[in-house]
Design a protein around this ligand. Structure first.
Ligand code: IMP
Ligand code: MG
Length: 176
């Protein structure tokens, strides 16, 4: 295991991520103004992204987490299992879901459907990475995306490779 940049194929550098987060943070701030928002970071993948992003948002922010796992096995619709639910109230609130990566769309589709049943004021979605795949299984409307990437397996900056490497400050990719 290595923490040196030279031992990884870097897709997005630490400074590249930081620059983009400033832009997204500004856009989110402009979008909500003085309206309070409740950020739900999907654990564990979005923890690093959410920690950096909230410091670029200049509106009143409440922070909570939502733990989900999506199973893509036998059922084509996918099945979402909640490992932990948010403790903060959702009803009547502006919810901003923050996730690491949009892949098949099953996770965010399931989360958005569940959230809408909790009578929020609004639900918006911000992802760090939007994987350009042709076989998206569920359509998900993303309000803010950090980077569009090719259909690669990526890790670092919160994303894991068999649970390791979440602590790398950059995003690297695995070549087939
Ligand atoms: P989806 O339900 O297929 O959209 O899955 C999204 C989740 O799958 C993400 O939150 C990640 O945890 C995981 N995931 C998808 N692609 C990658 C990847 O390239 N690297 C690491 N995790 C990934
Ligand atoms: Mg994950």
């Amino acid at each position: 295991m290595s923490y040196s940049e030279t031992d990884h194929k870097i897709l997005i550098s630490e400074s590249g991520i930081a620059e983009r987060l400033k832009e997204i943070g500004k856009q989110i701030t402009e979008s909500y103004g003085d309206e309070p928002i409740t950020i739900l970071a999907l654990t564990n993948g979005a923890l690093v992204f959410a920690a950096d992003l909230i410091r670029q948002i200049k509106c009143p922010v409440r922070l909570d987490t939502l733990g989900v796992a999506s199973y893509k096995g036998r059922r084509s619709t996918g099945e979402l299992s909640f490992r932990s639910k948010p403790k903060l109230g959702i009803s009547g609130r502006n919810i901003l879901v923050v996730d690491d990566i949009l892949d098949t769309g099953l996770t965010l589709h399931g989360v958005a459907s569940w959230l809408k049943r909790q009578s929020p004021e609004s639900v918006k979605i911000c992802v760090l990475l939007d994987k350009k795949i042709t076989k998206r299984e569920e359509e998900v409307t993303v309000d803010w995306a950090g980077f569009e990437i090719e259909d690669l397996f990526v890790y670092g900056y919160g994303l894991d490779r068999d649970e390791f490497d979440r602590n790398l400050p950059f995003i690297a990719y695995v070549e087939d």
